[in-house]
Design a protein around this ligand. Structure first.
Ligand code: DP6
Length: 333
C-alpha cells in the first residue's frame, strides 16, 4: 500500500468541498519516550510506540481556503512562502494526497512555536492541516483516522490530535491502518514545561534523515526498541503514581539514549551545541541542589525542561531565558 491508496481507504473518493474555508488548531507535542526509527519510510510507520505530552495553547492554527486564482498560496506567520522553500514543497505534497482535480488552496498558517528547530512545529502543522481539511471537505472522520492521515505528513503529527498525554501505537500491519495515536486517560495538572531555546535556525540535518541514518548505520540501534518499550511501561506507572522523580529519570534517559545512538552512528550526528551542553549541566547542578528538574531534547539543540508548578519560581531564577508552558488547561482536564 502506498500513501495515496491509504488515503483512498480512509476518505474514499475525492469530492469537491461544499464550503470555502476550513480551519483548525493543533497543539505541538514533545515526546517523553521518543519515536526514533521507521519500519516503513513511505508510510511513516515507526519501529516502536512513543509517548508525548502536548503543549497546551502552543501550536499551529491553519486556515485552508479554496483559491480561485488558479494556483496554491501558503502564508506562514504572515509571510508568503516561496515555491523554493522546503516548507512549501512539504506542505504541497501533503495537500496533493487529498486534492480533488482542479482545486487550488490558499493556506494561512500561524505557529506560536519556532519552525524546524526540534520544537515539534511540523507535528502541530500537519495535525492542524489535516483537521482543517476535515473541516473543509466535511469528511467527519474520527480523531483516530485523522491521526493516521496526519502521520503521513510527519510521524510525530499523529500525536498532535489531542491535548495531554498521548501514546502512538506502532501497530503491526503493513498498510499502517493500525498505527495511530490515542489519548491516555491521565492528568497531572502540576506538571510544567520550560522551553530553553538556544537556536531557532533550521536543523543541519532533518530528523527524517537522521532517523534513517541511525537505523542503518548505528551498531546499537537493535537495543533501542526494547529500551523504549521498557521506558513507556515505566513512565505510565510513574504518571499514575505521580512519582515525578521516576517520571523525570525515564524521560531524560530516553532522550540521552536517543542522542547517544546518533553519536554512535557513522558518520556521527550531533544536534547539541555548547549551549545545549551547558544547559544539561545546569539541570544536573540544580538537581544536585535539590531542585527536581529534568530535560529532554529532540532533533535540535534546544532543551525542554520538565518540573512541577511548585518549582516554577526557582526554575525562572536558574534559567532566566526559559519560556514556560502550561500543558494542562480546561481543554484537557
Ligand atoms: C526526535 O516526526 O519529525 O522529535 O516522521 O520523518 O516526519 P518524520 O519525523 P518526525 O520525528 C520526530 C523525532 C523526535 C521524537 C518524537 O517526536 O517522538
Amino acid at each position: 500500500m502506498n500513501k495515496q491508496q491509504l488515503v483512498a481507504t480512509i476518505i474514499g473518493e475525492k469530492k469537491n468541498p461544499t464550503k470555502q474555508i476550513g480551519e483548525a488548531f493543533a497543539p505541538a507535542n514533545i515526546a517523553l519516550c521518543k519515536y526514533w526509527g521507521k519500519r516503513n519510510e513511505q508510510l511513516n510507520l515507526p519501529v516502536t510506540n512513543s509517548l508525548s505530552i502536548s503543549l497546551g495553547n502552543r501550536g499551529t492554527n491553519t486556515r485552508i481556503e479554496i483559491n480561485t486564482s488558479g494556483y496554491d498560496e501558503i502564508i506562514l506567520n504572515g509571510k508568503l512562502v516561496t515555491r523554493e522553500h522546503k516548507f512549501y514543497s512539504n506542505l504541497i505534497s501533503f495537500l496533493n494526497l487529498f486534492r480533488p482535480d482542479g482545486i487550488c488552496f490558499k493556506v494561512i498558517t500561524d505557529s506560536n512555536i519556532p519552525i524546524a528547530a526540534g520544537v515539534a512545529s511540523s507535528a502541530s502543522g500537519f495535525a492542524a492541516t489535516i483537521k482543517a481539511l476535515n473541516d473543509l471537505f466535511a469528511w467527519q472522520l474520527s480523531e483516530q483516522k485523522l491521526s493516521i492521515l496526519a502521520r503521513l505528513g510527519s510521524g510525530s503529527a499523529s500525536r498532535s490530535l489531542w491535548h495531554g498525554f498521548v501514546e502512538w501505537e506502532a501497530g503491526k500491519d503493513t498498510d499502517g491502518l493500525d498505527s495511530f495515536a490515542k489519548p491516555l486517560p491521565y492528568v497531572w495538572p502540576e506538571l510544567r514545561i520550560g522551553l530553553l531555546l538556544f537556536s531557532t535556525e533550521q536543523k543541519s540535518i532533518s530528523s527524517r534523515q537522521a532517523m534513517a541514518a541511525t537505523v542503518n548505520n548505528c551498531p546499537y540501534y537493535s537495543l533501542w526498541p526494547s529500551r523504549v518499550e521498557f521506558a513507556i511501561t515505566y513512565m505510565k506507572k510513574a504518571i499514575i503514581e505521580r512519582d515525578f522523580v521516576k517520571f523525570g529519570q525515564v524521560l531524560e534517559s530516553n532522550a540521552l539514549e536517543m542522542h547517544a545512538l546518533m553519536l554512535a552512528t557513522t558518520p556521527p550526528i550531533m544536534y547539541s551545541n555548547a549551549d545545549t551542553i551547558a544547559g544539561m549541566q545546569a539541570v544536573w547542578l540544580a538537581r544536585s541542589n535539590g531542585v527536581a528538574v529534568y530535560f529532554t531534547q529532540d532533533a535540535g539543540p534546544n532543551l525542554k525542561l520538565l518540573f512541577l508548578q511548585k518549582d516554577e519560581e526557582v526554575i525562572k531564577k536558574l534559567f532566566p531565558r526559559v519560556e514556560l508552558v502550561e500543558p494542562w488547561d480546561d481543554r484537557c482536564i
